[in-house]
Design a protein around this ligand. Structure first.
Ligand code: IVH
Length: 697
């Protein structure tokens, strides 16, 4: 995946915005498939990759974070249990302004649309844009009858019972009956204060329960509880700011409406005010920006709305946003602090990820003690050093980042940071491919940091397919030293594992027997599954198959990989001569064998297992057998090389450019000239998903 992340550095804002848009809708579809239909159409890993890419893009382009960002949605769609509510009037979103010019343009547009003179005064309300989640509450004859989340804007979830538990929410509109419309949908924001969020998280942590990433997630998680008693126990607040459906009443201005809201008993943001000119608006924006960190709640901008409701009516909507309102966004919140230390974390594929440990600092009301440094090049490019004073920023859900080093505050004794070339956990060599941003530990199966994930991979469905060993079990067994490596699975019985497992809570004789049977059933394994299960970097299912195909048996593969350590050897040449196995994959495979502990594990596995020689399949009936396929753009579910190898294993020829002979172009996001070429030539083009469906993967 790392290669794909690198290209983020080369994306223009326009491309990034387009991709964020695509990711938002794609993730939404997958969420629906998962949560609503219980029928995911992609693997968890592919889904995680989509989300990771979205998060990485947002980190790089915080300005482009969308209102419908998947990171802002908490399991966006209803799980079972919430019924749906159709909004009588859709809940729309707002256009964004980032600069003073954007604000001027907004007012000019209003004037043009209404055919007002160039210098006509346009009054607007300015209100803090609360970073919470919006609700719509329907009152009939003054009584709350139903409340819903925004959902997709047309339809939300019924949260009536939950919203009733929020103390500030009027169940009945205050005032004389004559002053109550027959129907009104009150709209506003549910949120949690920064203080309440910190308290809730501390209590959650003490209970070993889920902690929330930020106040908005905490509010969303609290509101979307199937058990409204839980919602009642959470410190939720509201502000009301607009209406949807309305019958039997009218006002002249937005300001007058806000006053009415207050009279009915709704909390209305105390900073809402009237602006009479663009300079007024900018002054309100700047003042709010100055006070932002001291506000008790998170805000991400200011909302301007044309004050005259007659004008609002004339202005109407353009696509999904009103012409009469706009959100003037704040940039990410920043603060200065000292970078005390750079820690290198080892991820599941062995990627070494640098993390900055900071002197804790308050960034817009949230204490920040760590920030991501992305990778080695990022540290070098910004010349980030331990002891530096740095500017960090936090934007919405994005992990805090180091924006800049204040070189003038650098201590004299400071030294450039040297990125380790050994894994800090297991001390194995950490290598970096020439075209990769990430350095990786080659410790493989015996690096403690990677071990748990590797065991998980080893037992996963596509690998050894051992049932009954969930993540929690693997973690627990690893911690106790019962299973330190995949090889230990097959020696567990001999080592008295059965008795040891029976002593554990939650393990009865039956479940222990089932697990041991599941392990026993897998003592015979096809070579390609075995190779894949090892979790060697860049060796996915397709590459594992290529290797199995090329070497036939485990013994000859092992011998060749050890001999290939010498790059002048025939063994190395043979390896890189395998179609689709380039020097990069070869380096990873050879590096795996170069580590003695990996060879030790292989030897144990070899003793315990029967590894079946490769049997060449009949690819005659594959839907792409004999076809010429071109991959272009970013592939999400697998790397480019893996996709190519898989296509070849299915009998296709993979070409690098599009011609009349091309049968199929698989185009991911960012596809450029090749896609155009294909369209011009009338060659069939499919998305990655369609392609996977086609080949049945
Ligand atoms: S007015 C047509 N006022 O921001 C929508 N929205 O980006 C009119 N929001 O969906 C919305 N504070 O959830 C308005 N003071 C405020 C707001 C506010 C937060 C949210 C709201 C809306 C989103 C649009």
């Amino acid at each position: 995946m790392s290669k794909k992340k690198d290209d983020i550095d080369h994306l223009t804002e326009k491309e990034a915005a387009a991709e964020l848009k695509r990711l938002a809708s794609e993730i939404k579809l997958h969420d629906a498939a998962y949560y609503l239909s219980d029928a995911p159409t992609i693997t968890d890993a592919a889904y995680d990759a989509l989300r990771a890419r979205n998060t990485a893009l947002e980190a790089k382009f915080p300005r482009l974070i969308r209102d419908d960002s998947p990171n802002k949605r908490v399991g966006a769609t209803p799980t079972t249990g919430f019924s749906k509510v159709t909004h009588a009037v859709p809940m729309l979103s707002l256009g964004n302004a980032f600069t003073e010019e954007d604000v001027t343009e907004f007012i000019d547009r209003v004037r043009r649309f209404l055919s007002l003179p160039e210098d006509a005064q346009v009054e607007v309300t300015a209100e803090p844009k609360i970073d919470g989640l919006s609700f719509s509450a329907r009152y009939e004859d003054g009584r709350l009858v139903v409340a819903a989340t925004r959902g997709d804007g047309a339809e939300g979830e019924d949260i009536t019972e939950n919203i009733k538990t929020i103390g500030a929410m009027p169940l009945k509109l205050k005032g004389p009956r004559s002053n109550v419309p027959s129907v009104i949908e009150i709209r506003g924001e549910v949120f949690m204060t920064k203080k309440d969020f910190a308290k809730l998280n501390a209590a959650q942590a003490a209970k070993n329960a889920k902690v929330f990433a930020n106040p908005r997630n905490a509010a969303a998680g609290s509101l979307r509880q199937l058990d409204s008693k839980i919602t009642a126990s959470r410190p939720l607040r509201i502000y009301a700011y607009t209406w949807g459906a309305l019958e039997g009443m009218a006002w002249d201005t937005k300001m007058a409406f806000l006053e009415q809201l207050e009279a009915w008993g709704f909390p209305v943001n105390e900073r809402s005010k009237l602006c009479r000119s663009v300079p007024d608006m900018i002054a309100a924006y700047n003042k709010l920006g100055e006070d932002r960190a001291d506000l008790p709640y998170d805000i991400d901008g200011i909302v301007y709305a044309v004050n005259s409701l007659a004008w609002q009516k004339r202005l109407g909507f353009v696509s999904r946003s009103p012409r009469w309102a706009i959100a003037h966004k704040f940039s990410a919140e920043q603060a200065q602090t000292t970078l005390e230390r750079i820690e290198i974390q080892v991820g599941r594929t062995g990627a070494l990820t640098p993390v900055a440990h900071l002197t804790p600092v308050n960034v817009g009301g949230v204490m920040v003690a760590r920030a991501t440094l992305h990778n080695e090049d990022e540290i070098a490019r910004k010349d980030i050093r331990e002891g530096d004073t740095v500017v960090i920023q936090r934007a919405g859900d994005v992990i805090p980042q180091v924006v800049q080093v204040l070189a003038e505050k650098r201590p004299k004794s400071s030294m450039a940071y040297v990125f380790p070339e050994k894994c800090p956990v297991c001390k194995s060599l950490a290598i970096r491919e020439p075209d990769e941003a990430v350095r990786r530990c080659t410790g493989g199966l015996t690096c403690a940091a990677q071990a748990v994930e590797r065991i998980r991979h080893f037992v996963s469905r596509e690998a050894f397919d051992i049932e009954g060993l969930g993540e929690k079990h693997i973690e627990a067994f690893f911690e106790d030293g019962l299973i330190k490596s995949p090889a230990d699975l097959f020696t567990l019985a001999k080592r008295g594992g059965k008795a040891k497992l029976m002593e554990r809570e939650g393990w009865g004789e039956k479940s222990v027997d089932n697990l041991f049977q599941a392990i026993e059933r897998r003592r015979t394994v096809p070579l390609e599954r075995f190779i894949f299960a090892l979790g060697i970097r860049q060796v996915g299912q397709a590459t594992a198959r290529l290797l199995a195909h090329a070497y036939g048996s485990y013994e000859s593969w092992r011998k060749a990989m050890i001999a290939a350590r010498d790059e002048d050897s025939d063994a190395y040449r043979d390896l890189t001569n395998i179609e689709q196995i380039g020097p990069s994959v070869a380096t990873d495979v050879v590096a795996f064998f170069a580590e003695k502990h990996n060879r030790d594990i292989l030897d144990t596995l070899d003793k315990e297992l029967t590894i079946e020689p490769f049997e060449a399949p009949d690819v005659g009936d594959s839907p792409i057998a004999g076809k010429i396929v071109v991959f272009t753009g970013t592939l999400v579910a697998m790397g480019r090389s893996e996709a190519k190898a898989q296509a070849q294993a299915l009998g296709a020829k993979v070409a690098g450019s599009v011609s009349k002979k091309t049968d199929l172009v698989v185009a991911g996001p960012g596809a450029g000239s090749k896609l155009k070429e294909a369209e011009a030539l009338g060659v069939k083009v499919v998305t990655e998903e369609e392609y996977l469906a086609l080949i049945g993967g």
